[in-house]
Design a protein around this ligand. Structure first.
Ligand code: BDR
Ligand code: CA
Length: 309
């Protein structure tokens, strides 16, 4: 079986860690590299977390540092959601892998060239690294097969009434990526707020005595409570959606749309404006906007991948 070459770009917090664990256990995918970006946590913490989670997952691919902040504005983190360490206080040993000095965007470009047009990029944080890569390497847009991202929302936001966190943190970068010409699968809040695991489902996964399941249990405990207290039906694992879509698109429902990012709003900065329900259509359909998921089937897939993968 020829495997899909995948690049994983992350501001690694709790749901990013779950996504990386699921990806590492996806037999159809080969993770060629991981890049880290400031978002949920500052970049250095993201770098350290990504290396530790990759080691836990048994991934031997290199991990690269990326941007320490958004292109044109101050960084906003989400430590109150993911914990001061970004991993909900779950302890992992240091990674034995060597640190890499190459910048994320250079390594991503190299991987895209090596993959000969087959590279799929899964991006689950602010899109700063990707924007820098597209700016520095104009031919990169022809070398990436697809970008599957967690970000945005056709309907309402989470960090503001209009905007979702990853896009709001670096709207200028997001706009560059949406305008890049690379086909995009946008897993925004429309779908990711339906992609939850109940407390019972988390406990069942955590009851399996493996390093991955024990880490999953410890890492998700505080975030599960955070979401339950806010009235959600379980823990929202936003970033697992684009990973699942990569090999199981049949679990999802999406529609092609034109998507542009508001970069200069007064109350709408970071809004992903779609033409899904408008009489006025944008000239180009640049994304598949994912709107729904078969939640029980998705939950079984996540469970089975983490427990048996
Ligand atoms: C997104 O923001 C982050 O907190 C999560 O990791 C996810 O990527 C959800 O808005
Ligand atoms: Ca994330």
């Amino acid at each position: 079986m020829s495997r899909i070459p995948v690049w994983f770009d992350t501001d690694i917090g709790v749901d990013d860690a779950a996504a990386l664990l699921v990806l590492s256990r996806t037999p159809e995918a080969e993770v060629m590299g991981i890049s880290t970006v400031a978002g949920n946590v500052p970049m250095e913490r993201a770098y350290d977390n990504a290396r530790k989670v990759a080691a836990l997952a048994g991934l031997t691919c290199p991990v690269y540092r990326g941007a320490a902040g958004p292109l044109y504005q101050e960084l906003k983190t989400a430590l109150h959601v993911h914990g001061e360490d970004g991993l909900g206080g779950a302890v992992l040993p240091p990674s034995p892998a060597p640190e890499r000095s190459e910048a994320a965007w250079d390594a991503l470009y190299r991987a895209a060239v090596a993959a000969g047009g087959a590279l799929e990029v899964v991006a689950v944080g602010p899109l700063t690294n990707l924007a820098i890569a597209f700016g520095k390497y104009p031919d990169l847009k022809d070398r990436v097969r697809r970008i599957l991202l967690m970000g945005g929302a056709a309907r309402g936001g989470n960090v503001t009434p209009a905007a979702e966190f990853n896009i709001h943190v670096d709207p200028h970068a997001a706009q560059m990526v949406f305008k890049s010409g690379v086909p995009i699968v946008m897993c925004g809040l429309d779908v990711t707020e339906r992609a939850y695991l109940t407390a019972e489902e988390v406990a069942e996964i955590g009851s399996h005595d493996t390093p991955v399941c024990r880490f999953f249990r410890d890492c998700t405990a505080d975030l599960l409570n955070y979401h339950l207290q806010r009235g959600e039906a379980g823990i929202l694992l936003h970033d697992v959606c684009p990973v699942a879509y990569l090999t199981h698109p049949e679990l999802f429902r999406g529609e092609e749309a034109g998507v542009y990012v508001e970069t200069r709003g007064t109350i709408t900065t970071g809004k992903t404006v779609t033409d899904l329900w408008s009489d006025k259509q944008f000239p180009v359909k640049n994304a598949v906007v994912v709107l729904d998921v078969d939640r029980p089937a998705w939950a079984s897939y996540v469970r089975d991948t983490l427990v048996n993968g």
